[in-house]
Design a protein around this ligand. Sequence first.
Ligand SMILES: Cc1cc2nc3c(=O)[nH]c(=O)nc-3n(C[C@H](O)[C@H](O)[C@H](O)COP(=O)(O)O)c2cc1C
Length: 345
Amino acid sequence: MNPIVAAPMAGGPSTPALVAAVADAGGFGYLAAGYLTADALAAQLAQLRQRSDRPFGVNLFLPDRSAPAPYRRARLLRRERAVEAYARRIAGEAHALHVELGDPYPSSEPDAGPGLDAKLRVLAAHPPDTISVTFALPDDACLAALRATGARLVATVTGVEEARAATAAGFDGLVVQGTDAGGHRGTHTVAAEPNDLDTLDLLRAIRPVTALPLVAAGGVADAAGVRRALDAGAERVQLGTAFLRTDEAGTSTTHRDALADPEFSGTTVTRAFTGRAARALTNRFAVEHGPAAPAAYPELHHLTRPVRAAAARAGDVTRLHLWAGVHFRRATTGPAADVVQGLLR
Ligand SMILES: Cc1cc2nc3c(=O)[nH]c(=O)nc-3n(C[C@H](O)[C@H](O)[C@H](O)COP(=O)(O)O)c2cc1C
């Protein structure tokens, strides 16, 4: 197997077709189970197994264990008030697209509690080669369920302390995510301000504190970048943005086109869309609302969801979360296999 990993990309871009294409090209790919229901995950697993018998991974979002518990009433109230204030602030964005804001506290949450438990049961019945987790480390019950699948367990880390904690928890490998990465930063708490270490510096900082195999993620766009990450101690290199425009990705047309649009000149890390820090193309919504957005994930994710869905349908790039890494301009169209080959050249 070559060292190229197609990152899990929740919200549409990761598809069974993309994972199969990368596996057939000698790389390794992940299905993205974040936001999916257990049934939807089971359907993707079945589709992937029809297409390919090569090893693959599944990525899970885990709930932030530092989120205020119901008995912490003061903290909980503060957070609820901050979500309400943000809802008032962005009401006009929903109005402009003729949709209602979403319910920040929906009755079913796919990435926590019973929703997450159901996905763990699917993975126990159909274990992939590897399960990676992001946004937190698992609690004891979740870790036991993950272990019981028999899959190799990989944790996303964004700093040295997180790497130590994941190593102590008994993970088999770490995805080391640097600041240049597109999409959400996998900090282990929502409120943590993500550091600005690039992937190579982060690898060098983490290498001495763990003996686990490391996967470099963030800001790699070509074969030279792959080589640099391997030289800095990574065993493999995980890329997201590089695959966003490929034929097999499920990226929306609006998102694909924005990545190639000369109007966009850079990226920014913002909580505006989901309440969690994420790197996206710099657009009006991020600039205008990002500074006011509270660290409240998944509440803001649910709140803004109808706005983002309508924006994607309407081709409105001013209100869409256009996740992208700093090297988004290098993302090419065509078969994913060509991207894998290009990264090995
Ligand atoms: C559109 C998009 C969606 C992402 N979704 C996930 C996800 O569901 N789970 C995850 O662990 N990482 C996710 N990531 C982050 C990637 O795992 C990876 O860290 C990142 O793409 C690497 O940086 P690059 O985009 O510069 O290659 C996502 C990234 C992007 C661009």
